[in-house]
Design a protein around this ligand. Sequence first.
Ligand code: GL4
Length: 837
Amino acid sequence: MTASSQIPPAIQIEDDRTGVTIPTLRRALADNLYYVLGKPPDGATLNDYYLALAYTVRDRLMQRWMASTHTHRLPTIKQVIYLSAEYLPGPHLGNNLMNLGLYETVQQAVAESGLDLATLLACEEEPGLGNGGLGRLAACFMDSLATLEIPAIGYGIRYEFGIFDQEIREGWQAEITDKWLQSGNPWEIARPEDAVFVKLGGHTEASTDETGCYQVRWIPHQTVKGIPYDTPIPGYRVNTVNTLRLWKAEAPESFDLSVFNHGDYYGAVDQKVISENLTKVLYPNDEPIQGKQLRLKQQYFFVSCALQDLIRTHLAQGGRLERFHEKFAVQLNDTHPAIAIPELMRLLVDDHHVPWDLAWTITQQTFAYTNHTLLPEALEVWSLDLLGQLLPRHLEIIMEINRRFLEDVRLKFPDNGEKMGQLSLIADQPFRSVRMAYLASVGSHAINGVAALHSQLLQKTVLRGFYDLWPEKFLNITNGVTPRRWMLLSNPRLAQLITRRIGDRWIIHLQDLRDLEPLAEDPEFRAAWRSVKQANKQALAQRILERTGIQVNVESLFDVQVKRIHEYKRQHLNVLHIITLYNRLKQNPSLDLVPRTFIFAGKAAPGYVQAKLIIRLITAVGEVINRDPAVGDRLKVVFLPDYNVTNGQPIYPAADLSEQISTAGKEASGTGNMKFALNGALTIGTLDGANIEIREAVGSENFFHFGHKVEELSQLRSQGYDPRRYCDHSPELNRAIHRLESGFFAQGNRDLFRPLVQSLLNDDPYFLMADYLSYLNCQEQVSQAFLNEATWIRRSILNTARMGEFSSDRSIREYAHQVWQVQSVPINLQPYSQSEA
Ligand code: GL4
């Protein structure tokens, strides 16, 4: 019996903690300020008021949260377990108010208390517990799971320092440590009573027990304690509140004591520090990975905590381990948590004495694996040396999994040594290592990519051998985004306009946006649509002015590229276009050019030199162009610092044009592309990732596509790609490159951008030169289209109207039916005790 199932049947719930009238909310705010924060109203800071309000809202989630947790634990209810090393939920307060349906009421209550809700919302430090798309997807999925009333727990790491904050200093990125916890986190509840212990290092000992059973014992070198911190994830206007359970590493007290006994006080303190370092910081490189021991420790730590937690609650509820996979569907968000496969085997076989074959069936039935990238440098491998040192037992288990797997392969393909080498979980080159994507594939019953093209390429390239073996395991589930945060919360003007015309069901059935289609022909509606866009552009212009000092023209075309900075995403192709326009203007100052504001934002991994140079390039080009009187109002280049969820929210609603210009085959899906199109921006994009499906959905006439396709690029490559040829054949490209080389944007310094220019001219691995001309022509079409306001707005409306399938609700429904086999479970609140009956 766990403590949670002993909650008394009827709790006396104080009205002050649940009531939602304005007087009650005001009283609750004052109470929380006084009793929880210990501050009198006149001595309180804005942050104190933010915290008091957050507690007031959290109180109003509590009954639903406890009822959900209680119900979800019942043995008959299947739960989704999302394992992800990253989550980027964004600020919680606004989202929770919206999902609870309390936004307006609380706004008024706060105002009547002499405060401004927007100001309090701005106090919240967002949990930056991820790098970019992958972590944000996990957060959108958590929102959709709760909204669809699907029982779910998201497990992850409570990094003390999330992704760094970015400042721009003299045009360069500077990284500042993210101190998201420093002013207190009102959303999390520590659960030290649910702590678990995780072993690391040491060696194994095999023996045969009294019954003749072969047994392995793992004698670790170190043990760390995992403390869970729970954050409620409420669905939109439903009672379901799921849990995001993040683990913090601490030193186990008993371990310290043993050192104390030997009088080594400082040694004990050192151990404590070493243990706590484990969850100190998020690794900031999203795509490329390295052989960092601490990173492997992090992965194993949270996965082991999660699985131990699940086994414990399952057994406490009277569940049997043979039925583990009937209670939990565990999704691996990329390979970062793939060590869960040998860990579940270890827990079942070594700790709970389940026979290997049964344990393996349970494991395969439990896990499913999502691949999020094909970039070779991002495919995780862990050296056998490192694995053996840190997780000696897991290495043995992986070897045994591999031995059995290759035996099956041999039976299927006799006398085919090459096949065995290709499929082996162990790579020999450049060093002996475990291919984590292979381990994830062998240990899962379903494997999916995140957009149609990506899933096809996955089957044809990285996991080809596995697709040949088990085609039935493979599927595609295209990503989606939550319309709650990415429309309703961040674009209230557009959301209200839409709701006034088609009702509000679109918020949970995004396909209803289709009803907007006929309105695209209505001049009055188009005028209203345009006013919303202009108001959003005005608001963004204000932020740009505040943050960068740059004044932009809101009548100009807002041309936006926001995402991590990476060569494959080709922000520098965008810059080549800007330089080309600038060159044209310099050549012909009276040129009739469609005015544009180029807006960039995004972080570069601190160690990714070329990406940081791309940021410097953007700011340098901006410094010249924004000040050149010959350009005037016609071109502006803005780099908005510190791109994150908070700062992204006002950007999407204000964009006219969405730049999705990655090299074909490189962007697995993209999700920013969806946020823009949903908010009525038109896309200029390559046939890559989900762009292809977006174009199909919105109609090719409402999407500007350009560039080489995947097959065309492989042809170019096999013919011996020569980027310089494109320079020779395009005078404008030649001139743009020359501008860069000449030091024109670097106060005469010809060295500054040399590494970028050299890369483009010598190997151009991302085919900017090959796509330049097509991009330029396509941008010309964009400009012409923007001149015709009525048709532009019409296309904007049609984009929004046809983006319904890109809701993360649709993605989650597909996972629920095709992978997890889970159902919705509505949560009954009244009376509390009956929900368990
Ligand atoms: C990513 C992909 O790069 C991105 O295209 C995709 O949208 C996202 C979510 O599936 O996953 N893979 C990695 S790694 N980081 C990402 O953002």
